[in-house]
Structures are given as C-alpha cells and as structure tokens.
Design a protein around this ligand. Structure first.
Ligand code: SAM
Length: 280
C-alpha cells in the first residue's frame, strides 16, 4: 500500500474536504478491518468510496469480486495504478455518485456485502439508502464518525436515541466492529471513527408500502423530539398525520399519548404503524 500522501503528491492532487477524503493510511488497520469482515472467495462486494484502494486491495484479494463506486474522477487513475501494482483484477471501478447507481443491477440476483469508509457528511443518507435496498444486501461494514455510530446503536430512553437509531435497529442486527483513531488516516480527521456491522433483516411483517408508513411514523414522531407524541407526530414528516387519527392510533397501539418519541422501542413504533395502517 502506497501512502496516500505520496500518491496524491505524484499527481499534484489534494484531499477534498467536501468529499470527506480522509484516506486510510495504516496498512495494519486495513488488514485488521478486512479480517473482521470475514470475506470468502464467494463474496461479492460493493465498496462505497474506494479512494486510493486502502480497503479495496485487501478486500479484493479475499473476495470473488468487488464493484468499487468512486465519485471523484481524479482518483480513478491512481486507484487503477494501485490495483495493477498488486495484480488485482477482480475489481470493477464505477466513476459515479453512490446515490446514482442501481444497487439491484450491481447485485445481479445475488446478495452483496457492502463496505465503506464513508464520507461523514453523507453517511446517514447512505445508511438509509442501504436500508431501503437491503433486499440486495446481506450485510454491511460501514465506518462512521464515533458520535454518529453511538447514536445508531443507542437504546431507547436516552438523548442519543434518534430517528436513525429506530430505523436502523428495525432493519438490521447491528454490532460494534472496531474503533479507529485519527492517526490511521491521511489527512488526519478531527474525530474518532467506529466501524459498525449491519446484518440486514428481511422485512417479516411489513411489505414495502407498509414499511414506508412505519418510517414516516418514526420520522414524524422525532420531528419535534421534546414534544409528546400527540403533538410531535402531527407536526412533521413526509405524510400528514391528523390530530384525531394520531390520538386514535396511539390508543389502539396501547401507547400513552404523553410519551416522547425517544422512549419508544422499535416494537412500539411497529405497533403504532400497524394501528395507523388499520385506521387508514
Ligand atoms: N475507502 C478509502 C479509504 O479508506 O482510504 C477512502 C475513504 S474517504 C473517507 C471517502 C471516499 O468516498 C473518497 O474517496 C471520496 O471521494 C468518496 N466519495 C465521496 N462522496 C461519494 C459519493 N457520493 N459516491 C461515491 N464516492 C464518494
């Protein structure tokens, strides 16, 4: 692995802040991460933001195939050069924005393992996208800013429990993989990072349409998190929830209308969504 600083210098490039470019520069850490992912020669990987290939190369050496989606066209020749220098031939590089690729097409009737040292400014949106597309994704290993990772795995009842926690915990079994300090990156970020593993769950009792209602209920409930459910749910989200309907749904679900969203378990959000579906 060539040091990212040296590679960028070769082409007089710089790391772009707007694309969250903090490249992994510690080969020992890259090997440790890949060891924890547990890839086999049957695994098909989708990597989000391969950058200069710090993870791409060891992952491709262990996997059947990697599709690497990188938005920054300046990095593509450097990434290809790094792959060539290690004789890695099972990587398709797509010079695209991850939000503009068709994950179903990449999966091609097989489930993917997704990996990504994500740009921190879009990591929540990427997680939501993967949750929506989880029919094509078996599991994902994603790196987040430490504070966001803690919010994602936070249990109900505390300040860290949020819309993203409830949606992610509904869609996946989530576990902590490893912590990574700033010294493992170039340039060094100001924050610590955590890798989380998501074992995605098949939606058992909600179809796609019903799941959309569940996600809207969660979004609306957290739209004014300091307010009680009877007031927060009517105020926000993508769907309009009328006051009388909210009161009726809460009663049907057996949830006290004076509770706040941050106290509801995923199971309670599911009951509330079922009640909303029953009424409407
Ligand atoms: N995986 C590399 C590593 O660990 O060294 C690079 C990680 S860097 C934190 C994030 C990478 O995501 C950068 O290469 C950046 O250009 C790329 N990126 C940023 N936004 C993207 C997007 N919307 N779609 C695809 N790649 C993106």
């Amino acid at each position: 692995m060539t040091h990212p600083g040296q590679l960028l210098k070769q082409r007089e490039l710089y790391a772009g802040k707007e694309l969250g470019q903090n490249f992994l520069s510690n080969p020992g850490m890259a090997r440790l991460i890949v060891g924890k992912i547990g890839i086999s020669k049957e695994t098909r990987v989708l990597e989000i933001g391969p950058g200069l290939g710090a993870l791409t190369i060891p992952v491709a050496q262990a996997a059947f195939h990697v599709t690497a989606v990188e938005k920054d066209s300046r990095l593509i020749p450097l990434l290809q050069q790094e792959l060539d220098s290690e004789n890695v031939e099972n990587v398709d590089i797509l010079n695209k924005d991850i939000f503009k690729v068709d994950i179903k097409e990449i999966a091609n009737n097989r489930k993917l393992v997704v990996i990504g040292n994500l740009p921190y400014n879009i990591s929540s949106q990427i997680l939501i996208r993967l949750i929506e597309e989880r029919t094509y994704v078996e599991k994902a290993f994603l790196m987040f800013q430490k504070e966001l990772a803690k919010r994602i795995i936070a249990p109900p009842g505390g300040r860290e429990y949020s819309r993203l926690s409830a949606v992610a915990q509904y869609a996946a079994d989530i576990s902590f993989v490893t912590h990574i300090g700033p010294a493992s990156f170039f340039p060094k970020p100001d924050v610590d990072s955590i890798i989380l593993k998501f074992n995605f769950l098949e939606p058992e009792d909600f179809n796609k349409e019903q799941e959309k209602v569940l996600f809207d209920v969660i979004k609306a409930s957290f739209s004014k998190r300091r307010k009680t459910l009877k007031n927060s749910m009517t105020g926000g989200g993508d769907r309009e929830f009328k006051k009388e309907m909210v009161a009726h749904a809460l009663e049907l679900a057996g949830i006290d209308a004076n509770r706040r969203a941050e106290t509801l378990t995923v199971e309670e959000f599911k009951s509330l969504a079922r009640a909303v579906l029953e009424i409407s």
